[in-house]
Design a protein around this ligand. Structure first.
Ligand SMILES: N[C@@H](CCC(=O)N[C@@H](CS)C(=O)NCC(=O)O)C(=O)O
Length: 253
């Protein structure tokens, strides 16, 4: 049943047999994949801001249409946004772009101190992703070995979440850009570590546990979430067979 959820979802993906949408006809399009954590960021923001004028176009990553790279976005990655006759990529840039160019609630911080905090926090996601990838790739590792490898990165997140705790459970108190940037990665790491390495990333990290609970109250995020068991199965198979995909998903390589 859960597989059906994924299969059904992916059955809408445009693949090598699909036609290219009528490009640059005035429609704003977000090219994404439900499997891609980078694309998930922009998809969450589109939903949170209520930007129904943006058409979401799912692209198959396993059977990508040739026209995607040739005509839409030469970099060939998702996410990409077609807007005002141009196509732009890079999830973090697109989050800022959505705030600049579209309506709905602002996701980026407006206060100077929070802008600086956001920039530092977002920069750290790569470090967390790399530590997570290294720890997940350890064969026959005990939870203590896992903790040694990825624990410090999660401790950084735990401390960061304490900084504005008096204003709310999110990174900068109120839900916004930093939460959107982190959640696809923390979600995947939490599921993969608990399911594959018997390591609970929230143990001894109460702020992180609280943040995950708070994230579950955000509709825009919930609407982009894959079933837990589906994500776990994907990571299980990736670890067993195709480490390259794991690389792509956690490190954007
Ligand atoms: N730095 C990019 C990374 C995007 C990325 O790596 N997307 C992956 C999917 S998760 C992709 O499209 N890879 C190309 C492919 O699979 O052919 C961003 O933040 O948007």
């Amino acid at each position: 049943m859960q597989y059906l959820v994924l299969l059904e979802l992916l059955s809408f993906d445009l693949d090598s047999k699909s036609e290219c949408p009528p490009l640059f006809n005035g429609t704003t399009r977000l090219y994404y994949s439900a499997l891609c954590p980078y694309a998930q960021r922009v998809w969450i923001a589109q939903k949170y801001k209520g930007l129904d004028e943006i058409e979401c176009v799912p692209i198959s990553l396993s059977d990508k249409p040739a026209w995607y790279k040739e005509k839409v976005y030469p970099v060939g990655k998702v996410p990409a946004l077609e807007h005002k006759g141009e196509v732009k990529g890079e999830s973090l840039d697109l989050l800022e772009y959505l705030d600049q160019e579209f309506g709905g609630p602002t996701i980026g911080p407006t206060e100077e101190d929070k802008k600086q905090a956001a920039a530092e926090l977002v920069k750290y996601i790569d470090t967390l992703g790399k530590a997570g990838y290294t720890a997940l790739s350890l064969k026959d590792a005990a939870p203590a070995d896992i903790d040694k490898t990825v624990g410090p990165a999660f401790d950084y997140v735990e401390n960061a979440l304490g900084k504005y705790a008096n204003e709310g459970p999110f990174f900068l108190g109120k839900f916004g850009l930093v939460d959107i940037a982190y959640v696809p990665f923390i979600e995947r790491l939490e599921i993969a570590f608990s399911g594959l390495k018997n390591y609970d990333v929230t143990a001894g990290r109460p702020n992180l546990a609280k943040w995950l609970k708070a994230m579950d109250t955000v509709d825009a995020y919930n609407e982009t979430k894959l079933e837990r068991s589906v994500l776990l199965d994907i990571y299980k198979r990736m670890l067993q067979t195709e480490t390259r995909i794991l690389n792509t998903v956690f490190l954007g390589e």
